[in-house]
Design a protein around this ligand. Structure first.
Ligand SMILES: *Cc1c(COP(=O)(O)O)cnc(C)c1O
Length: 380
């Protein structure tokens, strides 16, 4: 394979080698079904339990509050639909934000079709929800608040502690899509008064197709998948043993290395932003520079078409993202960028660069050199 420079860690990450190593036995010799009573079944069950303990330790919750799923999308669906359905006798109103991931926004749309009412909160120009607007939106029918921990396109971190306090004050369930935050930030669900939280293995150097949902133990939620009663009957289906083992190992690794990991990413991001600002004119830097994911950098280049930009970067071996929904070569301006006040024209020239642990300053120098050349080429 030709050498590639990978700067799209918000889209997915490479599996860690020691994670793969722990997964391997459950893909080969130890293939037992975790529900079976003979030895290789019991071993699979023990491995799932160890992973559950690792996830619970990382969030500071109990093991019986963790449910394994097929990924972030399923965790979001299970949280929103499951909690809304089980609590509909108390009300039919849900509050979320305009900049959520499609897994949340489209779950909300589905719930609206079933008769639920959804308020989509605005965000300011840095991408933060307004706590006053949140509090004003609450009414006696409000049963659920779902606000993402950190945004996947611009990296902005929400005031989660304050949102947790507001939710608790009004006795409303608080869910947070933390798919971008887990592995990047220290999260203590008790301290932050989080009642439900979604994560996904492949966003923190674990495998794809496995996720987890935390739900506080006194909170009622309905299953979405009917079947053989696995995961305390909340998520039926034979456990993805290898995937679950991988997620457990990956979250343990991430939790251990959080500080140095963030320091590295911050240095790369500072260098990138400083160099691009110096060398390329007519740009807009998106997101909350004082409170964002360390590796997430989103910049709009005026007069540049994002899809052309990605194509030219790809020719130079660079993987990055436009941060916009791109279908059939047509770039729709991102709903997140529009929500923070970027014009649709400028939004079409956005580039999301997300750094990860294998990136070096040399890589970023190559990226900035390439970017300067490509932006000039497209503009002229
Ligand atoms: C990636 C992502 C998801 C979806 O997770 P999958 O495991 O890919 O289904 C949901 N929310 C956010 C914020 C994400 O970044």
């Amino acid at each position: 394979m030709e050498s590639i420079k990978y700067f799209d860690h918000a889209a997915t990450t490479a599996l860690d080698e020691d994670v793969l190593k722990e997964m391997m036995p459950y893909l080969t010799s130890n293939y037992g079904n975790a529900s079976s009573i003979y030895s290789i079944g019991r071993k699979a069950k023990e491995a799932v339990m160890l992973a559950r303990m690792r996830v619970a330790a990382s969030l500071n919750c109990k093991t019986n509050e963790i449910y394994f799923t097929s990924g972030g999308t399923e965790s979001d669906n299970l949280a929103l639909k499951g909690i809304a359905m089980a609590n509909s006798k108390y009300g039919n109103h849900i509050i979320t934000s305009k900049i959520e991931h499609p897994a949340i926004l489209n779950s909300c749309k589905a719930l609206e079709n079933m008769g639920f009412r959804v308020t989509y909160l605005n965000v300011d120009r840095l991408g933060r929800v307004d706590l006053n607007e949140l509090e004003r939106s609450i009414n006696r029918n409000t049963i659920l608040i779902s606000i993402m921990f950190a945004n996947n396109e611009i990296g902005t971190i929400q005031p989660i502690r304050q949102i947790g306090n507001i939710a608790r004050k009004y006795n409303i369930i608080f869910h947070t899509d933390s798919v971008q935050a887990v592995g990047n930030l220290n999260i203590n669900v008790n301290d932050l008064k989080i009642d439900a939280l979604s994560m996904s293995g492949h966003k923190f150097y674990g495998p794809k197709g496995v996720g987890a949902l935390y739900v506080r133990e006194n909170i009622n939620f309905n299953r979405v998948m009917d079947g053989g009663h696995q995961e305390k009957d909340k998520r039926s289906g034979t456990e993805n043993t290898a995937g679950i083992v991988g997620l457990g190992k990956a979250i343990e690794n991430a939790t251990k290395n959080l500080i140095s990991y963030n320091e590295n990413l911050k240095a790369l991001s500072n260098f990138y932003i400083t160099e691009v600002s110096k060398r390329i004119t007519n740009i807009r830097i998106n997101g909350d520079m004082d409170n964002k994911l360390s590796g997430n950098n989103n910049i709009c280049f005026a007069g540049v078409d994002g899809s052309k930009l990605l194509y030219e970067l790809d020719k130079r071996g660079i993987c990055a993202s436009s941060g916009s929904a791109c279908s059939a070569g047509l770039i729709n301006p991102s709903h997140v960028l529009l929500a923070i006040g970027v014009s649709s024209n400028l939004a079409r020239g956005s580039l999301r660069v997300t750094f990860g642990k294998e990136n070096t300053i040399e890589d970023v120098k190559y990226l900035v050199d390439s970017l300067e050349e490509v932006v000039n080429k497209i503009r002229h």
